[in-house]
Design a protein around this ligand. Structure first.
Ligand SMILES: [Zn+2]
Length: 623
């Protein structure tokens, strides 16, 4: 019996193999060139819509089906060239009936492989039959143990920056916007969600339809499937999460409708219909992703006291900066992130007040100065807002420069023109470029023309955008709250006593600032007292935990060890794992602990985090 099955399987395999080898190939391949991290010929053929038909297979860890692309070939181009990477392309059909000639280009390390499809003059639809590979970089397949519920598997995609091509053959470049629809089939135990119109409840068929009627760039296509439930927060906002997390998440994000209203009041109507948040399992290695209509978020922002919701303000702000007005290339990334950090800060100010928003921004500037120090030594070119990413992975451009230097540039402009004038400019900018993409140079031209009414003001745009480092014109963000904390820390350090510590009105950010200003030598004997008084080791606030455990490691305060271990077992966000493992491997005892914990915890980490920690453990020279 077993043998017979094997033989049938072999025959089926051979038939499929022969079929896939006998498709008509392109007789003479066109010259393939990479422009803005894409092989696609988006200058010649217009992609207007993608319709996905995909089946989700948790056992094999693959998606399989077809992507039907609507195109406008007004220049009568002979070929359609798409981006793919790690995809198994099975066949290509034109206009539902005609078998197409197609070939794959050479595999390249960063941008993948071009899929070249011969077109006729009248081709309107191109259907690509394909499946993904289990190691597709955009897709994170989680074992049940990597989820909160521990019973069901979970999957989600992360397409930014150029990973959409590992699950959808497309023109994977932010310059191209298209609408999409999808028919997704999965086990009826699970609910699939997309960056599109979503269903709020599971059905018995496991088949779901999605529409994204507004044109988006490929990096905003997203899919998640798992044991997910929904709770509404208002008519047009709500939270999706594993059932174990749903109530907590809904409480934490209860002010979401207020944030949406505040954002709309600042820079124009919210353009995407609904705004929902999907809280992912703890192994999600990132903070959040602004997938339109449905932000993907880490559960580590659920602190219980709403103190980390600025992440939601950030992802919400992207509904304007990034999703509505999009950077044309990844070298213009600051147009997405700098605008978003500025906008995030304005939302926080509108909802929680100026002193809180200033405190958050001042903390970010502290981190920016740290990044600048490192980058000025290792690669000063990357401290420019306009990046040079030729032959590099766009992920190399992801740093505090695009985010915080970009935001400070906008604060600088605001300080020159005044808030009213600058807000008018931002409103005009979002309205002028909505549903479009924009380059740094187009931004400069638009800015200069819009602001020509104020000829006496001469902002130094070039210094900010094209020079390294931080210009001397950078405004100072003064946070009285943080200054208060610094004074306290100084007294604690000199007096070696906690007498000066006054935690009334302390938020998460006060604690973080305090921890970062305490000196290990001075507080060694105060650790137990602090822990006992403020219950820090047993905190459930991921940010406070991370910074407190760093202090514990530096001060060999071993009473916190069981809590630290539990934290490293449960949290998968790389931002927290990385500094803790780095601090641990500084001493032989710490390194032993780190190895022991990692051996137990690594199965619960996503590959992104797992690889980083493996590197930290391997490169540590401590014996
Ligand atoms: Zn962002």
């Amino acid at each position: 019996m077993l043998q017979k099955i094997t033989r049938i399987a072999t025959i089926v395999f051979l038939v499929v193999f022969v079929a896939s080898c006998t498709h008509k190939k392109i007789a003479k391949m066109p010259t393939l060139t990479v422009k803005n991290h894409s092989f696609s010929n988006y200058d010649s053929v217009k992609l207007t819509h993608i319709n996905l038909h995909l089946k989700v297979d948790f056992d094999k860890r693959i998606l399989s089906g077809k992507a039907v692309l609507d195109i406008e070939n007004t220049s009568a181009c002979q070929y359609l060239i798409l981006d793919t990477r790690q995809l198994n392309i099975e066949d290509v059909m034109l206009d539902d009936s005609v078998s197409a000639a197609w070939s794959l280009g050479e595999e390249t390390p960063i941008v993948g492989r071009a899929l070249v499809i011969a077109l006729t003059k009248n081709t309107r639809k191109v259907a690509v039959y394909y499946s993904t590979r289990p190691d597709a970089e955009a897709i994170m397949w989680l074992n049940p143990e990597q989820t909160l519920g521990k019973k069901h598997p979970f999957m989600f995609t992360q397409s930014q920056a150029i990973l959409a091509r590992t699950w959808v053959p497309c023109m994977d470049v932010p310059a191209v916007r298209f609408t999409y629809s999808a028919d997704i089939e999965c086990d009826s135990k699970y609910l699939p969600l997309m960056s599109a119109t979503n269903n709020f409840k599971r059905n018995t068929t496991g088949r779901y339809h999605f529409d994204m009627p507004q044109p988006i760039p490929s990096y905003l296509m997203a899919l998640a499937v798992g044991n997910i439930e929904f709770q509404a927060l208002s008519n047009n906002t709500g939270v999706f999460a594993e059932p174990e997390m749903l109530k907590k998440a809904a409480n934490e994000f209860s002010e979401l409708p207020v944030m949406v209203a505040a954002a709309s009041k600042l820079y124009g109507e919210y353009a995407w219909g609904r705004y929902d948040i999907l809280v992912l399992p703890p192994s999600f290695p990132f903070g959040g992703m602004e997938n339109p209509r449905l932000t993907f978020a880490t559960p580590t922002v659920i602190a219980g006291d709403k103190s980390l919701v600025s992440l939601v303000a950030h992802e919400l702000a992207h509904s304007w900066s990034g999703n509505l007005v999009t950077n044309r290339t990844w070298e213009d990334f600051w147009l997405n992130e700098g605008f978003t950090v500025y906008f995030e800060s304005r939302i926080m100010e509108a909802v929680y007040g100026k002193s809180y928003a200033d405190m958050l921004m001042a903390l970010s500037v502290g981190e920016l100065n740290h990044t600048l120090e490192t980058l000025m030594k290792e690669g000063p070119g990357d401290t420019k807002l306009k990046l040079n990413l030729k032959n590099r992975n766009p992920d190399d451009g992801v740093s505090d420069i695009a985010y915080v230097k970009g935001a400070m540039f906008l604060y600088y402009l605001e300080s020159l023109y005044g808030r009213k004038v600058f807000d008018d400019f931002l409103n005009a900018y979002f309205s002028h470029f909505k549903w479009q993409t924009v380059t740094t140079e187009e931004f400069i031209a638009y800015f200069n023309s819009h602001m020509s009414k104020w000829p006496k003001i001469k902002p130094d745009l070039n210094a900010w955008i094209y020079d390294v480092g931080l210009p001397s014109t950078c405004p100072k963000i003064v946070s009285q709250e943080l200054s208060r904390v610094e004074k306290m820390a100084e007294l604690i350090n000199t007096e070696k006593s906690l007498k000066a510590l006054d935690t009334a009105r302390f938020t998460t950010q006060h604690w973080l600032h305090l921890f970062r200003h305490l000196e290990a030598d001075s507080i060694k004997n105060l650790m137990a007292d602090m822990d006992k008084t403020y219950n820090l080791s047993a905190s459930t606030n991921s940010e406070i935990q991370c910074d407190w455990y760093l202090l514990c490691i530096s001060n060999q305060y071993t009473a916190a060890d069981p809590y630290l271990e539990k934290y490293l077992m449960e949290v998968g966000r790389r931002k927290f794992l990385e500094p803790l493992y780095e601090r641990l491997v500084e001493t032989p005892e710490g390194k032993e602990k780190a190895n022991k914990i990692f051996n137990k915890a690594y199965k619960g980490y996503h590959a992104v985090s797992r690889n980083t920690i493996k590197e930290i453990l391997a490169k540590s020279s401590v014996k």
